[in-house]
Design a protein around this ligand. Structure first.
Ligand code: AMP
Length: 552
């Protein structure tokens, strides 16, 4: 089969010949004739590297009305790298055609430069969804004349949390536009886009469906709540080459975790909504260039983040829903590489993990956090390996060596190694020499008994005091947040906390009677995510026959 026979115009055939393409790839052969017809929606299952760009790019260019200068075709793709690559490919395809203008717009780059480009009146824009929506809202990009919307790597865009943006963009386009969607896996969201925005799409499938999520290993570590931060540190310390994205639930927690890490000498930064765009860009640049190796982020701030080589995604806290978990963990194992997704959970969260496993159909491996000895050994041998493989640049150091040798002359080889290791490792040794086991002992079979039974069992049927607290579901908190707050502030163990009754605007929790005074005292002037918290004892007078609830 030749490109000409597929129905492409001579200029496009010449361009692909210039590129050295001798014959169409299978996806091109199947897609091009269908898409050239111009009046069909299309779903193409094809892998990266299959020639997809030609499959949609060539018919897109041919179908554009070159006598018009307005925007007619939009290609959406997940990352800026892909955006630039597609733009270059389309420009190469269009090189023998006059008056075709193609512009790339993507996040993390100057808006004003892109606005200047858009003022040229391109017929085709290649874009990442977030930046595209931004331009649509600013009315820099108008969708009134759009005939074709291409979604390239649609599954990856959904993985990266672009579902809402894609929905808003497609919903704003004219009714008669055609949607051409390419994907390598078929998550629910892909079918949903087809249902909502396509009419009888032609379906083409080339090669096997990718099962890319398999390249991610999902591990959970059960820790005692008070050791959550220490748990994170152990994971980082045990993985000297780590390049990680750590997800927290709130801006405040994100900031606190990052600050603690920075103070303790880790190459870390925070990424959350309280930062200005310039600060965010700065942090992202540092992460991209690996000047920082640990980025602590909120879900919202990390949306669409496309940094390659992230080795670990760490869920400092489990997200509320499985979709968020998938978006988060999809930041690792990019471009066919493998990655590790780690969830830190406390004893109470085990059943949430089981729910998550069912929902995303993935089995978490149960990991054990390394102890201090393991960590020191790992770090030490990593250093030894680095030293063994260090290139010695004789030219640069020759001048200094006589003095250095002289300074070390009183030490034999063993002493020298010992001092050298100590100089590098005293920080670790000191920190970890008394560090005990912080793994929580949870039976792997722990399931989700009714919350009440579970907590009562924890309290061993002891007498309890009920408390009112002025935060509830509306404050985006869960039971764990209340447990953490009470334990952190009062110093009591989570086993002293009983039922938690989460309401819309407020909640109730029970505490072992003996610890009640301590809790009440410690919860004075406390804040949760910046919001002042009030806690009061509650006496249920109904039981005493008075029929009402009394808050002290
Ligand atoms: P893509 O999947 O579009 O990113 O294409 C993957 C690679 O295959 C790129 O380097 C393209 O230049 C190349 N390619 C695309 N179509 C053809 C073709 N028909 N013949 C040879 N190479 C191609």
């Amino acid at each position: 089969m030749s490109f000409k026979k597929l129905g492409l115009r001579a200029e496009l055939v010449k361009a692909v010949e210039d590129l050295g393409f001798k014959s169409p790839t299978p996806i091109q052969e199947e897609s091009i004739p269908v898409l050239l017809s111009g009046d069909l929606d299309f779903m193409g299952l094809a892998q990266t590297g299959s020639g997809k760009t030609g499959a949609f790019g060539l018919p897109l260019i041919q179908n554009i009305d070159l006598t018009l200068s307005g925007l007619q075709g939009i290609v959406m793709c997940p990352t800026r790298e892909l955006c630039l690559q597609i733009t270059n490919d389309l420009k190469a395809f269009a090189k023998h055609l006059k008056k075709v203008t193609i512009v790339a717009v993507y996040g993390g780059a100057s808006i004003s430069n892109q606005i200047r480009q858009l003022k040229k009146g391109p017929q085709i824009v290649v874009a990442t969804p977030g930046r595209l929506l931004d331009f649509i809202n600013r009315k820099v990009i108008r969708l009134s004349r759009i005939s074709y919307a291409v979604l390239d790597e649609a599954d990856e865009m959904l993985n990266m949390g672009f579902q809402e943006d894609i929905d808003s963009i497609l919903a704003k386009m004219p009714e008669d536009r055609k949607v051409w969607m390419f994907y390598a896996t078929m998550p629910k969201g892909v079918a949903q886009i087809a249902r909502n925005y396509m009419t009888d799409p032609v379906k083409v499938k080339v090669g096997k469906q990718n099962r890319s999520p398999k390249t991610i290993t999902h591990t959970c570590y059960a820790i005692q709540e008070k050791y959550r931060y220490q748990g994170l540190k152990r994971i980082i310390d045990f993985t000297p080459e780590i390049f990680a994205l750590v997800f927290c639930r709130t801006r405040k927690e994100t900031q606190a975790v990052a600050e603690n890490l920075i103070q303790e000498g880790y190459q870390a930064e925070a990424l959350h909504g309280d930062l200005s765009q310039a600060q965010r860009d700065y942090v992202m640049r540092k992460f991209r260039h690996k000047t920082i190796r640990i980025l602590v982020a909120t879900d919202v701030a990390a949306r669409g983040l496309d940094v390659e080589d992230i080795s670990h995604v760490i869920h400092y806290n489990l997200p509320d829903d499985s979709e968020t978990y998938t978006h988060r963990s999809g930041r690792t194992a990019r471009a066919g590489k493998s990655g590790i997704s780690i969830a830190l959970i406390n004893a109470r969260e085990k059943y949430r993990l089981r729910k998550l496993e069912k929902s995303i159909k993935v089995k978490f491996e149960s990991g054990k956090l390394p102890d201090g000895r393991d960590i020191c050994k790992k770090q030490l041998f990593d250093l030894v390996e680095k030293i063994i493989h260090t290139d010695v640049n004789q030219d640069r150091i020759t001048d200094y060596l006589p003095d250095v040798y002289n300074a070390f002359s009183g030490l034999d080889k063993e002493e020298l190694i010992q001092r050298f290791v100590s100089a590098q490792f005293n920080r670790f040794f000191e920190y970890y020499c008394h560090a005990g086991d912080i793994n929580a002992k949870i039976s792997p079979e722990t399931s989700a008994p009714s919350k009440k039974v579970k907590r009562k069992a924890g309290l061993k049927q002891k007498k309890t005091q009920r408390f009112f607290i002025n935060v509830g579901r509306l404050d985006k908190i869960n039971e764990g947040a209340i447990v953490r707050l009470v334990c952190d502030k009062s110093g009591i163990g989570s086993n002293k906390i009983g039922d938690i009754d989460l309401k819309r605007e407020f909640s109730f929790f029970e505490v072992e009677k003996k610890a009640a005074k301590k809790v009440l005292k410690s919860m004075n002037k406390v804040k949760l995510d910046g919001r002042p918290v009030h806690v009061q004892e509650v006496f249920n007078e109904k039981k005493q026959g008075k029929g009402e609830l009394r808050i002290s």
